[in-house]
Design a binder for this molecule. Structure first.
Ligand code: CA2
Length: 151
């Protein structure tokens, strides 16, 4: 008898988030992307889920990861970084895969420069978590699990 795999959630991070915890702590805090990875894995494991984690500085790599997620994960926690404010292509990729995506921003983008107030991702996101620090990723994981298990 084959054992079934735990359901999975993809945690995707866009450009410059590899620098998390190394600069601008007043905006983004002191925790690193490895800390975020551990937080997501721990939060998912508490509900019997696993996480896949990817950060890329390249728009096409992020688009390919969204396409590859189709049929393989319950949903995507996505911090698109500055591509949030520029990328129709990422919005189209999300719309194309029909997976729930929770858009996460560590900082409260609405308290910052006007160019950060518009998101191409929000209209195709299932939920948006803004300004909760890195805990926003854990909230995103929990929300996707809730959507997956309770419809
Ligand atoms: O608040 C967020 O999570 C953002 O998505 C972060 C992006 C920014 O362009 C968005 O407007 C809001 C920037 C990510 C860069 O991350 C760094 C972290 C530490 C040091 C330098 C950059």
């Amino acid at each position: 008898m084959s054992e079934s795999r735990a359901p999975r959630i993809l945690v995707l991070n866009g450009p410059n988030l590899n620098l998390l915890g190394t600069r601008e702590p007043d905006i983004y805090g002191h925790e690193t992307l490895s800390d975020v990875q551990e937080l997501c894995a721990r939060t998912a494991a508490a509900a019997g889920y696993e996480t896949e984690f990817l950060q890329s500085n390249h728009e096409g790599v992020l688009i390919d990861a969204i396409h590859a997620a189709r049929g393989n994960v319950a949903g995507i926690v996505f911090n698109p970084g500055a591509f949030t404010h520029t990328s129709v292509a990422l919005a189209d990729a999300i719309a194309g895969v029909e997976l729930p995506v929770v858009e996460v921003h560590i900082s409260n983008v609405h308290k910052r420069e006007a160019f950060r107030h518009h998101s191409y991702i929000s209209p195709v996101a299932a939920a948006i978590i803004v300004g909760a620090g890195v805990n926003g990723y854990a909230l995103g994981v929990q929300q996707l699990i809730q959507l997956d298990t309770r419809g």
